[in-house]
Design a protein around this ligand. Structure first.
Ligand SMILES: C[S@@+](CC[C@H](N)C(=O)[O-])C[C@H]1O[C@@H](n2cnc3c(N)ncnc32)[C@H](O)[C@@H]1O
Length: 191
């Protein structure tokens, strides 16, 4: 009887957690209109090599999901990385992974080698002035606003790397096909 009660309680707790995560994911989607779909590691490696991202760069992932892009870019290049993510559960996964790597680093410029910061915030509400490279794997309805903010906030020479859904007006400096057959559009901010 005791074992039966324990098993039933564990099952109830598990079901509640699953329900909570599914509801949050759905609410996150309603909020952003962009589902969480991660970029493949080989495509991230391609971007780092193609752009020659280095420890001198400050890389922003607009909609960082579980943090995979920031972790890999930082590991491969030493660039400081900032990930903005509105959906709490993917943001939490990123924070847990970061904590397991040895703690939180509050400022991306404080220690470039380990400079990874995740913010559970809307990237439209923050300046991108510090970024030298921005990465966006988002959806077409957002791209006009992202383009506008890239032109307004980013310094001359900064690069926007946009996967699959290009900016509506700017002509890309280059369009590449990545290893997993997705297109990436590369834009350079002129002086
Ligand atoms: C297609 S996923 C890409 C995740 C990650 N960048 C990657 O490539 O692995 C897009 C993410 O952007 C987030 N997102 C969309 N609009 C956002 C906003 N305004 N502010 C912060 N995050 C946003 C979504 O919640 C979603 O997790």
């Amino acid at each position: 009887m005791v074992i039966y009660t324990i098993v039933l309680s564990l099952f109830l707790i598990f079901s509640l957690v699953v329900l909570f995560v599914i509801t949050s994911a759905f609410l996150g989607f309603l909020l952003t209109r962009v589902p969480f779909v991660p970029t493949h590691a080989s495509d991230i490696e391609f971007i780092v090599k193609k752009l020659g991202i280095s420890s001198r760069d400050i890389f922003y992932d607009l909609g960082s999901g579980n943090g995979k892009v920031c972790f890999l870019v930082n590991k491969l290049s030493g660039a400081a990385c900032v990930g903005y993510e509105l959906t709490w559960w993917t943001h939490l996964l990123a924070r847990i992974k970061l904590a397991c790597r040895g703690g939180f680093r509050p400022s991306p410029t404080a220690d470039k080698k380990f400079g990874i910061t995740f913010k559970n915030q809307n990237f439209f509400k923050h300046p991108w002035t510090e970024a030298t490279v921005i990465y966006g794997y988002l959806y077409p309805p957002l791209m006009g606003r992202v383009e506008e903010k890239f032109l307004k906030d980013c310094k001359p020479g900064s690069i926007a790397v946009i996967r699959d859904f290009p900016f509506p007006n700017l002509i890309p400096a280059e369009v590449c096909r990545m290893p997993k057959k997705h297109e990436v559009y590369i834009y350079r901010k002129r002086g």
